[in-house]
Design a protein around this ligand. Structure first.
Ligand SMILES: C[S@@+](CC[C@H](N)C(=O)[O-])C[C@H]1O[C@@H](n2cnc3c(N)ncnc32)[C@H](O)[C@@H]1O
Length: 250
């Protein structure tokens, strides 16, 4: 069940308030896209041949990644905590004439989704909003079949500790404290977790996954990266990977 009292509720409020502007900001093509620096499509080779597979997208947002997989013959279920993001995804799937099931769930509690239902769980840039990442991985393990894969990206923890103006380290890599940002225009606070790579691997292992690979794609021509979100800096991207992608098998 969605927890009304916590960071999870704050993430829901934030994303409901931001969804329209976020989706209008551009940069959201229908594509396999793990995030800044990662090539579009499965050039990282992390998904393999997905046709005919059952997949769940965790934190599906506007649905672009899942719709791209649905177009390749994958049966996709998308879950997200934000009703606004889900509404956007439903409309987009209809527009692209693909059948994707969208459910209002937290990735930490997929309660009525049966065990062993999927071959693949995937996620792009959603888990940094999740306070209890261990619960999220445990749920992913529960709904995946034996041998199933979890492939996900988050913003790179090293990128996130560096100040984008001064390029100085402004936070400790070892800090457990989440970042809190208040937006007056959204009248909402967001709480973002930046976890070290070792900690993430530990949580995956505890949930029963074996990590297959960790990729830290760099952007070949960062000066050409036109982020309309304003949160990625080309000079910094030339030196520090903005995205980290994990692939793990059950
Ligand atoms: C940056 S968006 C990424 C969306 C999409 N994966 C993409 O690449 O555009 C982050 C998404 O994570 C969702 N989210 C945050 N916390 C969540 C949670 N606990 N359970 C499900 N979704 C969550 C937000 O509502 C938002 O849609």
């Amino acid at each position: 069940m969605l927890d009304d009292s916590s960071d999870e509720e704050q993430a829901r409020t934030w994303w409901n308030a931001w969804s329209e502007d976020f989706q209008e900001a551009g940069g959201h093509s229908i594509a396999v896209a793990f995030g800044p620096g990662a090539p579009e499509g499965d050039d990282l080779g992390l998904l393999g041949d997905v046709s005919g597979r059952d997949a769940i997208e965790l934190g599906c947002g506007g649905g672009q990644f899942g719709i791209a997989l649905a177009q390749q013959g994958v049966t996709v279920t998308g879950v997200d905590i934000s009703e606004e993001q889900l509404d956007y995804a439903r409309t987009l799937a209809e527009k692209h004439d693909v059948d994707v099931e969208y459910l209002h769930r937290s990735v930490t509690d997929l309660f009525d989704i049966p065990d062993d239902a999927f071959d693949l769980a995937f996620s792009a840039f959603a888990f940094q909003w999740v306070e209890d990442l261990g619960a999220c991985f445990t749920e992913a393990a529960r709904v995946l079949r034996d041998g199933g894969r979890l492939v996900f990206s988050v913003d790179h923890p090293y990128y996130k500790i560096v100040d984008t103006d001064s390029h100085e380290v402004m936070r400790s890599y070892f800090s457990d404290e989440p970042r809190r940002e208040y937006s007056e225009s959204l009248n909402a606070e967001m709480v973002v977790y930046s976890r070290g790579i070792g900690e993430t691997v530990q949580l995956l292992t505890e949930a029963g996954f074996t990590v297959e690979t960790i990729r830290e794609p760099g952007y070949e021509q960062p000066e050409n990266y036109e982020s309309e979100f304003g949160s990625f800096d080309a000079d910094l991207m030339a030196k520090v990977p903005p995205t980290v992608v994990y692939a793990a098998r059950l």
